[in-house]
Write a protein that binds this ligand. Sequence first.
Ligand SMILES: [Zn+2]
Length: 287
Amino acid sequence: MQQATLKESFSVSGVGVHRGKDCSVTVKPADEDTGIVFFRSDIDDGGFKNEKIVASFCNVENATMCTQIFNENKASLKTIEHLMAALYGMKISNAIVEVQGEEIPILDGSSLRFVEKINEVGIKEQSKPRKILRVLKKIKLTDGNKFEEIEPFDDFEINARCDFEEKGLKTDPVIFNFSKNNFATEIAPARTFGFISEVEYVKKHNLALGASLKNTVVYNDEGIPLNDEGLRFENESAKHKVLDIIGDLALAQYWIHGRVSCFCPSHKLNNILLRMLFSSSENYEIL
Ligand SMILES: [Zn+2]
């Protein structure tokens, strides 16, 4: 696989789901070996200017409700995962992302708008090959009855099981394989979701200030979506979990050859899994 970037820049703007403030991003073509690099082009006080924040798992410090990255000056950026998933899923390895605001706009809660924009401007293949991270050893992480693991595999595959039965929602496992399945049509449109039983907690703690039925699927206690338009997939919530895993593992900054299996994945576990994988050079090789 060759490295790739965009043929032209694109911009999108909208509300940020966590702070509820307007923000915008411009995604620009970048040279080979750049990786995905963010710039907070709005920061202009306290000595901060155009802060660079590299899209690396090492820079994730907060992964409670979204994935947030920081640089050494503590400039940060929230909710990068859906844009990261779109870039990774569309096999874009190099891009400069200029951000006005402290988070990436939530848009419709999925990666769909980013994928549409990438298709509109076009993808440019570059001459250097993309580096591949090949998993050599199985890494397993458990947290109560939740787990995530990654093991050697000749392709990149994610096998995700979720459990929202307590909240009234039944979900089937999702297996997504980058060679056999289509990211743009099968995963990218799956939206962020929440449960009516969580709304009071979220309000009380001033969380998700920009969340609405326009960007979040909200399920009632019987697992029925309250959104007028209903679901995009029967198994939309589990597919969104796969989308989040792709966006979070994209922070490895390599194309991955490995198989991820998980039960109740989360941004936090996704990040710990990468940290465990990179903790020993016996766990992987770079080709
Ligand atoms: Zn998400």
